[in-house]
Every structure is written in C-alpha cells, then in structure tokens.
Design a protein around this ligand. Structure first.
Ligand SMILES: [Zn+2]
Length: 190
C-alpha cells in the first residue's frame, strides 16, 4: 500500500515508487529475469574498444567545465555525442558506439560466452529491465529521503550501490547493442 503524504510532490514520487516495486515483484518480471548474478568482474574495470572508423585507440578528454565532464575521443575526430560526469561512464559510452571490434561473447559479465546471439540478447533484455527498475527505485528513494528528511522511514541508498547499478546497466546496454549486431550478422549470413 502506498504511504500517504501531505506534500503532493512527495505523494507523486511515493506512488511512482509503488508502481516500480509492483513490477519488480511481479511474476512477469520474475520470469523474464534469469538471475541477478552478473559475474565477478568489477563493472568499473572497463576494456577500451578501438575506433570503428580508423582502428586507433581513443584517449580520455576532460571538458573544461565545473564540475569537469569526460569523453573518449579518437584522433580521427570520432567521439560520442555527449560528455559524462565520470570517466567510467565515458568509457562505456564510447564502447557503445564502437561495436565492430568486440564480440559479445567476450564480455566478462552476464555469462554470455556460450550463448548464441538471440539467446544472449534475450538474457540481457531481462537483466536490463531488472537493472532499470532497481536503479530507478534507488534514485527515487534517494529523492524521497531527501525531501522528507527520512521521516517516512525511506532511507537514501548508498552512493556506491546506485553507482554500481548504473554501471551494470550501461554494460548491459552495450551488450544489447553487441548482441543485436551479431543477430543481424547471423541473419545476413544465412
Ligand atoms: Zn578513429
């Protein structure tokens, strides 16, 4: 049951939170999520893919802003459209647009090494929704805890926890792009 709150902004967030928990606990969601064990690899330890355009290694660049923002840039001029708050985000963003040199089966997370592209893609799609739900819940609970000074018993999740979920989610989105590409390749070959 949704808790009531006199502040309509808090009330809206509580209702949203309730909806997310409902989906997280639903049978449908349970069935499409094989597991939440992604493997032992540290999600902040990120391989750097070479540039799809020229095959060179990109370098990390800091945007002159306060606080600083990051992006991976190649000498040929190729770079992602947006800059990021953290270097690890910039690395995953770069990998997500340079897919040619990396095989989804080599991802050190999510247990894809023995799966065909179709099965791997499905597995990742389940992970994705689960990660989105848990990440959105953590973010919402943080907002509610701040707005109510924790008076509802909703605590702000640890920063490390939320950041880790976000990292897994970005890995998962990268993996989905890789498996999508591999699926297309298989289709073209047959
Ligand atoms: Zn390049």
């Amino acid at each position: 049951m949704t808790q009531r709150h006199s502040d309509p902004r808090v009330q809206r967030l509580l209702e949203k939170l309730d909806g997310l928990y409902e989906e997280l606990k639903s049978d449908e969601h349970y069935e499409m999520t094989e597991s939440v064990a992604y493997g032992h690899h540290d999600p902040f330890d990120i391989p750097t893919c070479i540039c799809d355009a020229c095959g060179e290694q990109p370098t990390m660049e800091m945007a002159r802003s306060e606080p600083p923002r990051w992006s991976m840039v190649c000498r040929c001029g190729r770079k992602p459209p947006s800059v990021r708050k953290s270097q690890w985000q910039a690395m995953l963003e770069w990998n997500g647009i340079n897919l040619a040199s990396f095989d989804y089966r080599d991802l050190p997370l999510f247990g894809l090494s023995n799966l065909d592209a179709e099965t791997g893609h499905k597995r990742l799609a389940g992970f994705r929704r689960n990660l989105e739900l848990r990440y959105n819940i953590a973010t919402l609970e943080g907002d509610i805890a701040r707005m109510t000074q924790r008076s509802l018993g909703i605590e702000q999740p640890g920063k490390g926890y939320t950041r880790r979920l976000q990292a897994y989610l970005m890995w998962c989105l990268w993996g989905l792009r890789l498996t999508k590409l591999a699926k297309q390749k298989t289709k073209n070959e047959s």
